[in-house]
Design a protein around this ligand. Structure first.
Ligand SMILES: *[C@@H]1O[C@H](CO)[C@@H](O)[C@H](O)[C@H]1NC(C)=O
Ligand SMILES: *[C@@H]1O[C@H](CO)[C@@H](O)[C@H](O)[C@H]1NC(C)=O
Ligand SMILES: *[C@@H]1O[C@H](CO)[C@@H](O)[C@H](O)[C@H]1NC(C)=O
Ligand SMILES: *[C@@H]1O[C@H](CO)[C@@H](O)[C@H](O)[C@H]1NC(C)=O
Ligand SMILES: *[C@@H]1O[C@H](CO)[C@@H](O)[C@H](O)[C@H]1NC(C)=O
Ligand SMILES: *[C@@H]1O[C@H](CO)[C@@H](O)[C@H](O)[C@H]1NC(C)=O
Ligand SMILES: *[C@@H]1O[C@H](CO)[C@@H](O)[C@H](O)[C@H]1NC(C)=O
Ligand SMILES: *[C@@H]1O[C@H](CO)[C@@H](O)[C@H](O)[C@H]1NC(C)=O
Length: 307
């Protein structure tokens, strides 16, 4: 009669097997509860309580009032502690690979065989907060080069879904070349993006923020101020250009002046007093001979003398 009731209760309990969701951060502690609510009057010393992972490896066993380590798998030895007050197993130093489902069984040992009183399934999710994204200048900002930035965030989980830059007053998401890498030991991800944009016209200063998103959260960098250097490149450019133009003009004027003076000398020459002057003139004869012959027949006729 008593056994029949117990079996009935067991079936009832299993039919509405409890399922719990639990979350833990990497390297912190996870709670795997086993709330034994339906038979409060049974003491721990009459029960066998144990936890198994998906591969049926035992994390912990409480056997008729004492801890029993024989069946505990090596990978869980020393990583658990059992809280008797609320029947919770605490799993320490959680890693990404601990993510998954765990079963807690509560069994009663009647004189013969074993009866499962309760089975509790816990879904454990494990996440790691990404480091605050960090913006870095690849190149100093100038009007000519524009902005060249990268942003990086490290050691998170799950995999990022999106990463982008936000720029003052724009709702657009900027950036490209998203790179995701995964540490093959810790299974944590790192992500980076880069941004290369001309500096918008008519603006001297901008604020940029970098954002990383996963399916469940969003983390932003500190805002980064970009300011063009005191409009120096532009001023300097014009100053230099202006200076060169001035120098050029002066040189040009000087050349013109020299040429004019020279021509004036030619236009009203003093009578050829020596042969050197005539010879000098002679070398230009090809170009100016016609004019010169017309204007200065004396010089022209003097040629044969020179030779
Ligand atoms: C627990 O057992 C005691 C007697 O041992 C009984 O008086 C009490 O009503 C029981 N409580 C529950 C919740 O079954
Ligand atoms: C169980 O109790 C411990 C402290 O006594 C507490 O840290 C933990 O959160 C509790 N767990 C549950 C599932 O209530
Ligand atoms: C992760 O980030 C959340 C939200 O910002 C915060 O509440 C939580 O304490 C962080 N966890 C760790 C382990 O830093
Ligand atoms: C930017 O300019 C500063 C000096 O103004 C220099 O020290 C720094 O190395 C430059 N940074 C880059 C990324 O070129
Ligand atoms: C952003 O908008 C504010 C107000 O609308 C304006 O004062 C500011 O100049 C804008 N900044 C840029 C960089 O466009
Ligand atoms: C992780 O990757 C590095 C090189 O990328 C390799 O040398 C190392 O053996 C890998 N470790 C594991 C545990 O796979
Ligand atoms: C800046 O961005 C341009 C693309 O617009 C790229 O070609 C250049 O290499 C970048 N500068 C540096 C220093 O990486
Ligand atoms: C960036 O500029 C804003 C105002 O435009 C200012 O409030 C903020 O302190 C600046 N941040 C840094 C890091 O200079």
């Amino acid at each position: 009669m008593g056994l029949a009731i117990l079996i009935f209760v067991t079936v009832l309990l299993i039919s509405d097997a409890v399922s719990i969701k639990s979350h833990a951060y990497v390297s912190k502690t996870a709670d795997l509860p086993c709330p034994f609510t339906k038979a409060q009057n049974i003491s721990l010393s009459e029960l066998v309580v144990f936890w198994q992972d998906q591969q049926k490896l035992v994390l912990y066993e409480h056997y008729l009032g004492t801890e029993k380590l024989d069946s505990v798998h090596a990978k869980y030895l020393g990583r658990t502690s059992f809280d008797r007050d609320n029947w919770t197993l605490r799993l320490h130093n959680v890693q990404i690979k601990d993510m998954g489902s765990y079963d807690c069984f509560i069994q009663k040992k009647p004189p013969t065989g074993t009866i499962i009183l309760q089975q509790t399934l816990t879904e454990l999710s494990v996440t790691a907060n990404y480091s605050e994204p960090e913006i870095k200048l690849v190149q100093n900002v100038t009007r000519n080069s524009g902005m060249n930035l990268t942003c990086m965030s490290k050691q998170g989980h799950p995999k990022p879904t999106k990463m982008y830059f936000l720029i003052t007053n724009s709702t657009n998401e900027y950036g490209d070349d998203m790179q995701i890498s995964q540490d093959n030991v810790t299974e944590l991800f790192s992500a980076s993006i880069s941004l290369s944009l001309p500096f918008p016209d008519g603006v001297r200063s901008l604020t940029v923020v970098c954002v990383l998103e996963t399916e469940s959260m969003k983390i932003s960098s500190k805002s980064y101020n970009l300011t063009l250097p005191e409009s120096q490149p532009v001023q300097k450019y014009w100053l230099e250009t202006g200076a060169s133009i001035t120098v050029l003009l002066v040189v040009l004027l000087l050349i013109i002046l020299v040429v004019k003076i020279y021509h004036k000398k030619q236009d009203r020459p003093s009578r050829p007093s020596n042969t050197t002057h005539t010879l000098e003139r002679d070398s230009h004869a090809d170009r100016e001979s016609i004019n010169l012959e017309e204007l200065e027949p004396q010089i022209a006729s003097a040629k044969p003398n020179a030779e």
